[in-house]
Structures are given as structure tokens and as C-alpha cells.
Design a protein around this ligand. Structure first.
Ligand SMILES: O=C(O)[C@H](O)CO
Length: 373
């Protein structure tokens, strides 16, 4: 009798006022999130005791801390590599899962969501960028999205500064010369590059990461720090001593431009031929956000024709950049393999945050870092 009541209620997927959330196996072997009042507890207790754990698919092998946490509460399967999970594997493994723990290398679109089916309740991406997710489609299906803002800000800002200096002071080129016999003698103007002191530093995208880049560049004594951002960041800018300018002024006035914009339809290929042609010929262009904000052909042309001084790129299109790409042939271009957040502790924290978000979603708790758009 009690079982019949339970089945009836579950088949209707009735939702009662929220006091507890548990995952229960229904008669069709589908797991549904179920909320019940305490008076139903005795009825459901025996189902709860033999219910299956929610299932999580992780598209890479992640850190132990994250795995350990998930393993206490969920059935976890993951792609063991090498490299990113192939699309065919992802399609196969996502079927009926309750959570997806993915990377910025995984394109999550309606084909993946269709294959996942109705069980999928949360997607946690181990990244602050989410341009690889079809957000409207995910939201339409009432699937929550968690991401990892904040925790990677310092690591990414640090890398942006390292890349800026490596580009302006020609570190890789100089190292290559030293190793290959190009270093004949100390020479007054050999391997020189523009210095930061007295310069104008331009920050495109003055969010958390852009602000931290500005703070780290300030002790190098630039004369001005200017920023371009959709909205004004008055208080933060005042603290740093940065002034807001429009995009054209950022291009024409900056000696260094550091990009930390997220990739959106508005920012896509914002740095195009027209933009590069407005920059100073001594300008150093650094991008640690997404390759898509740059028209890469226009950048190649600007570097080849020395319309700008140099570029430091941690991100590009596509990734990995094919070895025959003209950017690799340019001495005035430093290329890194998207390692902005690759500080050990940061990456561990990113993994753990994803795991915590997934666990929170299954408990019915608010997510730690939900993407709300
Ligand atoms: O989006 C992100 O998290 C970064 O690009 C990773 O480095």
C-alpha cells in the first residue's frame, strides 16, 4: 500500500514544499529529484535506503580533492584521456547523467543536452569563461550552470604581467639568441624593447582580472592606466588610479594593451584591422582572455607589417594553434598554450569548486558560484 502511494506520487513527479531533497529511484529506474514533507518520510524511507546515487560525468581526470568529495556522494565516471574527451565519447557517456563536470575544451550544445536527457540538473565548468556552453539552451532546460570565477583571478593576472614583460622585453627571443650563438657580445641596442615606466597602460575589460592586472602593473610606474569597460567601475578605478576611456582612446593612447574581456557576440573580433591600425606602432598587445576577441588574420598582418610592436598571446583561434600558423614564425609574437590559470593551487581550487557546486545542487542547496545571466 505504502509502495503504491509512493509510486503514484512519483509518477506524477509531484513536488511538495521543500524540507528535504533526496534522489530516489522511481519505478522506471529513472532518478528524479524529490521533495517531501516530513509526514511522507516513513513512506519513502525504504526507497531512500536503496536509491542510486546521482551520477556525474567528468570530461577529464581531475584533482584528488575534487574526486574524493564527489565520490562520497555520487557515482563518478570520467574520461581518462589522453587529451580532451572526444565528442563521440562525451555523447555516449553523458546519457542519463545527473551532472556534467566539464572543461573549456568541451562544447556543450543542444546535441549533448539532448543526449543527456531530463536527468541532467547541473553543468559545472572548470573555468571562468563559459563561451563553450550554449547558455540559453542550457537555461531553457532548467539546468544550472556553475563556473569558477574569483579563484583564478590572481593566477591569470600574474600570467598576463609575465606575458606582457616577456613580449616587451623579448625574453623568449633573447633566450633563443643566447642558446644558439646569437649572443656575440653585449651591445648597446641589441634586444631592446619598450619599458613600462612612463608609459600608458590600457586595460580592455576592467572586471576582476583586468583590475588585478592593473594593480600589478602599477608598481612599474606607468604614467597612466586607462581602461575600457562596458560599465564604469568608478570605485575600483579610483583605488587603482585608472581612468575610463572609450575604445578608440584606449587604442590610440595605449603603449600596452592587455585584454581581459569575456567573449560575447559584442566582443567577438573587437580587435580587428581597424582597431590595430589605430594603435601606436610601439604598442604591445597582450591577450589572456579568449582568442575570439581578436581577428587573428588582422593581428598577423599588423605584426608582419610592424603596425604594432609585438603581441603576447595566451589564447588564440583555434587552440591548440596549428604549428604552421604564421604567428609561430613571427619573432615579435610570444605564444603560450592557454596557461592563464595554471598555478597548481588555483587549478586544484577550481576542481574543488566544481565538485562542491555539484554536491550543493544534489542537496538542493544554493550553488557556491552559479552563473546567472
Ligand atoms: O576561462 C578560464 O577559466 C581560463 O581561460 C582558464 O585559464
Amino acid at each position: 500500500m505504502k509502495k503504491l502511494v509512493a509510486e503514484k506520487i512519483m509518477s506524477k513527479k509531484s513536488i511538495f514544499k521543500s524540507t528535504n531533497h533526496v534522489y530516489m529511484k522511481n519505478i522506471k529506474e529513472k532518478v528524479v529529484q524529490f521533495t517531501f514533507r516530513s509526514r511522507f518520510v516513513p513512506v519513502f524511507a525504504r526507497y531512500y535506503s536503496n536509491m542510486s546515487k546521482p551520477s556525474v560525468y567528468i570530461t577529464r581526470e581531475v584533482n584528488k580533492e575534487a574526486l574524493d568529495l564527489l565520490n562520497t556522494q555520487c557515482d563518478v565516471t570520467f574520461w581518462t584521456g589522453p587529451g580532451p574527451v572526444p565528442r563521440s565519447e562525451l555523447l555516449k557517456n553523458i546519457e542519463n547523467k545527473h551532472a556534467l563536470f566539464c572543461m573549456l575544451t568541451d562544447r556543450i550544445d543542444s546535441a549533448i543536452l539532448d543526449r543527456a536527457g531530463n536527468n541532467l540538473k547541473i553543468i559545472a565548468t572548470m573555468s571562468v569563461g563559459y563561451d563553450h556552453l550554449d547558455v540559453p539552451e542550457i537555461k531553457k532546460r532548467n539546468i544550472k550552470i556553475a563556473y569558477t570565477p574569483g579563484v583564478l583571478t590572481d593566477a591569470t593576472a600574474e600570467l598576463a604581467v609575465a606575458l606582457l614583460l616577456a613580449t616587451s622585453r623579448r625574453l623568449l627571443e633573447a633566450n633563443e639568441e643566447a642558446r644558439t650563438g646569437g649572443w656575440q657580445a653585449w651591445s648597446p641596442f641589441w634586444m631592446c624593447g619598450p619599458g613600462l615606466k612612463g608609459s600608458t597602460v590600457g586595460i580592455a575589460g576592467f572586471g576582476r582580472i583586468g583590475q588585478e592586472i592593473a594593480k600589478r602593473l602599477k608598481p612599474f610606474n606607468p604614467e597612466r592606466i586607462i581602461y575600457y569597460n562596458r560599465s564604469e567601475r568608478k570605485k575600483e578605478a579610483e583605488e587603482i588610479g585608472a581612468e575610463r576611456v572609450n575604445f578608440d582612446d584606449l587604442l590610440t593612447q595605449s603603449d600596452f594593451i592587455s585584454v581581459s574581456l569575456s567573449l560575447t557576440p559584442e566582443t567577438k573580433e573587437m580587435f580587428n584591422e581597424a582597431a590595430f591600425s589605430k594603435m601606436k606602432t610601439n604598442a604591445v598587445f597582450v591577450n589572456t582572455s579568449r582568442g575570439g576577441v581578436v581577428d587573428q588574420q588582422a593581428l598577423i598582418k599588423a605584426l608582419q607589417q610592424k603596425k604594432i610592436w609585438g603581441a603576447g598571446l595566451d589564447v588564440m583561434t583555434p587552440e591548440p594553434l596549428p604549428l604552421d600558423n604564421p604567428l609561430f614564425k613571427l619573432k615579435n609574437c610570444v605564444i603560450l598554450p592557454h596557461i592563464g590559470s595554471a598555478a597548481v593551487e588555483t587549478r586544484k581550487e577550481m576542481g574543488l569548486i566544481c565538485a562542491k557546486n555539484i554536491v550543493a545542487a544534489f542537496k538542493g542547496d544554493p550553488l557556491l558560484t552559479e552563473l546567472k545571466t
